[in-house]
Write a protein that binds this ligand. Structure first.
Ligand code: MEV
Length: 416
């Protein structure tokens, strides 16, 4: 029976005991988790419901990155073996050409208000625009501190979309500069506060009032060049350009191409306590904005035959509010990067995404990813087979020598 009465009211220690009692789990929960009094566990218990502990993932540092002329060490959280190594390699190869440059286009998060039941949505749209200043005042009164710091409502947009059986719905967009916050709370509060006024002015019925994760008014662009000499010659540049073209015309390839980008993006988003799902939803919706799912990056050669890549994606991340503020490890990660603004964080995330994509394409377009990947993955396989300490390395090394990285092989080697 999965229903446990009052689970949310128990302490972490009580929940752990209850869980063992209910599930008969034989695993020693305390062995897999920090003490229930540990700072991370206590914070986790305040962040979400029904906490029994924290889930550990590897946190590593990407080196060699130069972003907008500044060197930066970038914390990344990922379970995938080759992700951090790939960024370090790709970044090293573009150091001499200056690293990655970034630029931000727009600062606005979008809040949506859906209005239905309108006989004349076009006229309602005009009426709403006539109330722009009142809309601004209502939205800004929701977050005076944001306004004091220079943020707040920037623009009101309306869209008329089809609804069921010949009717239309009016969608109001609030474009809000949320400064250094991701902004979901600020925007959702504004949209909810505005809803009754929208109903009054439009004479329609408000349905949803919620942030859009397609944050296409808050986009970051990153670009970088790799000299042909640094990456193994012009043939390699050509092969990477062709790999990019493959993704341009084929959504099946574009999905994998973008997954590689998100390997880097999500790892930094996660490390800083930001909402990985928000950034991922935004990235994929942006990738599909033309109607065909497309790559988030483009690869071309410059006049000297060097490889240049550009990446563009919505960047709804913050350095204040949410888990970024309360998660001690997220705070530490921001400090390591000396982050002072959400824009700088967005620049770093986009740069890592671009470099990650470079490394994946370079490997794919030359020797394939399995050699490098398996060299790292072999350790996982050895651990899964039961290897411990220095034996992990020797079993992994032997599997690579044999050219077979498989758990059954690791088990056989361990027995030997
Ligand atoms: C694996 O996690 C990511 C790649 O598949 C990305 C790509 O194919 O571009 C290697």
């Amino acid at each position: 029976m999965s229903r446990i009465r009052g689970f949310h009211k128990m302490t972490v220690a009580e929940r752990r005991l209850k869980l063992i009692e209910e599930t008969g789990a034989t695993a020693d929960l305390t062995k897999h988790m920090n003490a229930d009094t540990d700072e991370l566990t206590v914070t986790a218990d305040q962040l979400v419901e029904n906490v029994i502990g924290t889930y550990q993932l590897p946190l590593g540092i990407a080196t060699n990155l130069i972003i907008d002329t500044e060197q930066v060490l970038v914390p990344m959280v990922t379970e995938e073996s080759s992700v951090i190594a790939a960024v370090c390699n790709g970044a090293r190869q573009c150091c001499e050409s200056g690293g990655v440059q970034t630029v931000h286009v727009g600062v606005g998060m979008i809040g949506q208000i859906q209005v239905t039941g309108l006989s004349n949505p076009h006229a309602a749209s005009v009426t709403l625009h006539q109330h722009t200043e009142e809309i601004r005042a209502i939205c800004n009164s929701c977050d005076p501190r944001l306004v004091e710091l220079g943020g707040g409502l920037r623009e009101v947009q309306t869209r008329i979309l089809p609804a069921s059986s010949n009717s239309h719905q009016l969608i109001v967009h609030l474009i809000v500069d949320t400064l250094d916050a991701m902004g979901a709370n600020a925007v959702n509060t504004m949209a909810e506060a505005l809803a009754p006024h929208i109903e009054k002015w439009s004479t329609g019925k408000v349905g949803l009032k919620i942030l859009s994760n397609l944050a296409d008014r808050r986009v970051v662009k990153a670009s970088a060049c790799w000299t042909a000499a640094a990456i193994g010659g012009e043939d390699v540049c050509d092969a990477i350009v062709r790999a990019g073209e493959f993704a341009q015309i084929d959504p099946y390839r574009a999905a994998t191409h973008n997954k590689g980008i998100m390997n880097g993006v999500s790892a930094v988003v996660q490390a800083t306590g930001n909402d990985t799902r928000a950034v991922e939803a935004g990235a994929h919706a942006y990738a599909a904005r033309s109607g065909q799912y497309s790559p988030l990056s483009l690869w071309e050669k410059d006049a000297n035959g060097n490889l240049c890549g550009t990446l563009e994606l919505p960047m709804a991340v913050g350095i204040v509010g949410g888990a970024t503020r309360v998660h001690p490890t997220a705070q530490m990660c921001l400090e390591i990067m000396k982050i002072k603004s959400a824009k700088r964080l967005g620049s770093i995330i986009a740069a890592v995404g671009l470099v990650q994509n470079f490394s994946a394409l370079k490997a794919l377009a030359t020797e394939g990813i399995q050699r490098g990947h398996m060299a790292l993955h072999a350790k996982n396989v050895a651990i899964a087979a039961g290897a411990k300490g220095t034996v992990v390395d020797s079993v992994a090394a032997r599997m690579i020598e044999l050219g077979t990285v498989r758990e059954d092989v690791a088990i056989r080697l361990l027995k030997q």
